[in-house]
Design a protein around this ligand. Structure first.
Ligand code: BMA
Length: 321
């Protein structure tokens, strides 16, 4: 897709980073709306010539919920003060527990939203919207416990496809990415292992899919998070992998070093220190530009930039499966 108005800033002179941060980060402060404690791990998409999104807002009771938002430039956002009110066809799902870490994917005729949804434990909620005003809940994709549900932007071999990361009730100390398919967005199966933690590295404790995968002629580009356990707790960094186009559970390349780790003050200091957590990416196919939205320290939202071909080139030279 062409996104000619993609938010962008050139790589700083003298920098050789494959992914570089926006100099005005964070783009969304924790107190953008009156009741917010923090706004992070959020998703943006092109919408009507501008941008729309679904934002994780933790309020001042520390309840985690989703809010819609709009932006003319993808950088300055207006976020609704009230959370999204979902339309439920089955009242069983209508009880609010928690909703967090949304992803938004344009798929066929609408914007699908997936998020970590509380239903006797965390699982993957699926809903959709056409206009970012009315939002309809579809179903929970899996039994608890699961997090980081990320839809593919088109069917694969005739089926809807999604990544997820089976988890537990708490701050899960493990995390493998799985691929599942569905004929109808409701029943998910044919689960396939994609990848999991590696060695004593930045991705040694857990992994989880980030933004909607980006289709390239060489494979699906997946930006993901990897977690290391330090003596001070988890450290969340960002990496990338290239996956087979027809069998996306087959990994072609996977980043051996991270592509971005928490190093700026707003990534290292906040409610949860040392976290960069990518949840969305805008891709302008004409220029190959990618603008990645990521949560920083579970507190604010940042933006980072790269070129898809440079990430793939990096993977070719820095891969370990
Ligand atoms: C994960 C999720 C994310 C969060 C991260 C770091 O388990 O809860 O929302 O950013 O932990 O706290």
């Amino acid at each position: 897709m062409s996104v000619t108005n993609i938010p962008w800033e050139d790589r700083a002179q003298g920098s050789s980073s494959v992914i570089w941060r926006y100099s005005q980060n964070p783009i969304i402060p924790r107190d953008l709306i009156p009741t917010s404690n923090s706004i992070f791990n959020s998703a943006a998409v092109p919408f009507n010539g501008a941008f729309a999104g679904v934002f994780r807002v933790d309020d001042q009771q520390r309840l985690m919920n989703l809010h819609a938002g709009h932006s003319a430039d993808g950088i300055n956002w207006q976020i609704e003060h009230d959370p999204i009110e979902w339309k439920f066809s089955d009242s069983e799902h209508a009880t609010f527990v928690h909703r967090y870490d949304p992803r938004v994917t344009w798929l066929e005729d609408r914007y699908y939203v997936t998020w970590c949804n509380g239903y006797h434990g965390p699982t993957i909620g699926i809903g959709y919207t056409y206009d970012f005003k009315e939002f309809t809940f579809v179903e929970n994709a899996y039994l608890p416990y699961n997090r980081n549900g990320v839809l593919f932007p088109r069917r694969i071999n005739g089926k809807y496809a999604m990544f997820s990361r089976p988890s537990d009730t708490g701050h899960t100390p493990f995390g493998d990415i799985f691929y599942s398919e569905s004929p109808d967005m409701i029943h998910w199966g044919k689960h396939r292992f994609v990848m999991g933690p590696k060695g004593w590295t930045w991705q040694s404790t857990k992994t989880g899919a980030g933004p909607t995968p980006i289709e390239t002629p060489e494979g699906w580009l997946l930006i993901y998070h990897g977690v290391l356990t330090s003596c001070n707790g988890f450290v969340y960094s960002m990496g990338a992998a290239l996956l087979d186009l027809d069998q996306p559970w087959k990994v072609i390349y996977r980043s051996k070093p991270y592509l971005m780790s928490p190093q700026k003050l707003y990534e290292c200091v906040g409610d949860v220190p040392n976290v960069v957590f990518p949840c969305a990416a805008l891709h302008d196919a004409d220029t190959g530009r990618l603008a990645i939205y990521y949560g920083a320290a579970d507190t604010v939202t940042g933006l980072a930039f790269c070129y898809v071909n440079e990430v793939i080139d990096f993977l070719k030279h820095n891969s370990e499966l």
